[in-house]
Design a protein around this ligand. Structure first.
Ligand code: 1GP
Length: 230
């Protein structure tokens, strides 16, 4: 069985975006640790199943990050269930989870489920608008969320989600001081090896998304963070 604690690099594929077989092959044959499928808009059963079946040909862990109940399906190694800690709406804390458990609770293998605390930090991002997150956070706020995840909720993962912009390394470092047990994910604006190196020196795991669709060569270079460690 795969151990997510060992993952240092994840490519996140958006099922609503087109990717050629050539680019998908390069991503899946790269040195990444895992592929995560997830997005905010237009995530459907149809486009998730299409992408899953294309990625499944490759021998690497595959996770679905749940964005809505309609696109949940069997066949993934892991299911990441976000709880948006700075959302103003209960449904993004536990409301959708409650609905999912009511509907599918009897058939869930909880060993495959990873409850993921999210702190959404880019006010311009779709995820921030969709979840009505309070993004005007000071370093102290981020530290408190990290403490909440690590010491109160005992979440396996805390995800600092800057989606679309590069975050502030000092804030990531502040969160890292508090996540002694919880695995710290960082995602947002990683579009070069230099940025990948900077954030992976702080966070436990980096998530690389948009650049896959914007500059595949730079995307692939971000996996070089793993070469030094090996
Ligand atoms: C998005 O955190 C991921 O959910 C990655 O962010 O798309 O900005 O790389 P980018």
């Amino acid at each position: 069985m795969y151990d997510i604690k060992q993952w240092r690099h994840i490519f996140k594929l958006d099922p609503a975006k087109a990717i050629s077989d050539h680019d998908l092959d390069a991503i899946c044959m790269s040195n990444t640790d895992a592929i995560m499928i997830g997005g905010t808009d237009d995530v459907t059963e149809d486009n998730v199943i299409q992408l899953m079946s294309r990625v499944r040909r490759y021998p690497l862990p595959l996770a679905l990050e749940i964005s809505n109940l309609e696109s949940i399906m069997p066949g993934f190694d892991f299911y990441f269930v976000p709880t948006v800690l700075n959302s103003t709406e209960v449904r993004f804390h536990n409301g959708l989870l409650h609905r999912a458990l009511k509907q599918y609770g009897h058939m869930i293998n909880f060993d495959e489920l990873v409850f993921e605390g999210y702190v959404v930090l880019n006010p311009e991002s779709k995820v921030s608008q969709y979840t009505r997150a309070i993004t005007s956070l000071q370093t102290e706020d981020i530290e408190a969320y990290a403490q909440m995840a690590n010491d109160v909720y005992h979440l396996p993962v805390l995800y600092l989600e800057y989606s679309g912009v590069y975050g502030n390394p000092e804030d990531v470092l502040a969160a890292k001081q508090y996540t002694t047990e919880t695995q710290l994910f960082y995602g947002g604006g990683i579009n070069s090896l230099a940025r990948a190196q900077e954030m992976s020196a702080i966070a436990d795991t980096i998530i690389v998304g948009n650049v896959i669709y914007e500059d595949i060569k730079q995307a692939l270079k971000t996996t070089k963070i793993k070469e030094k460690a090996q």
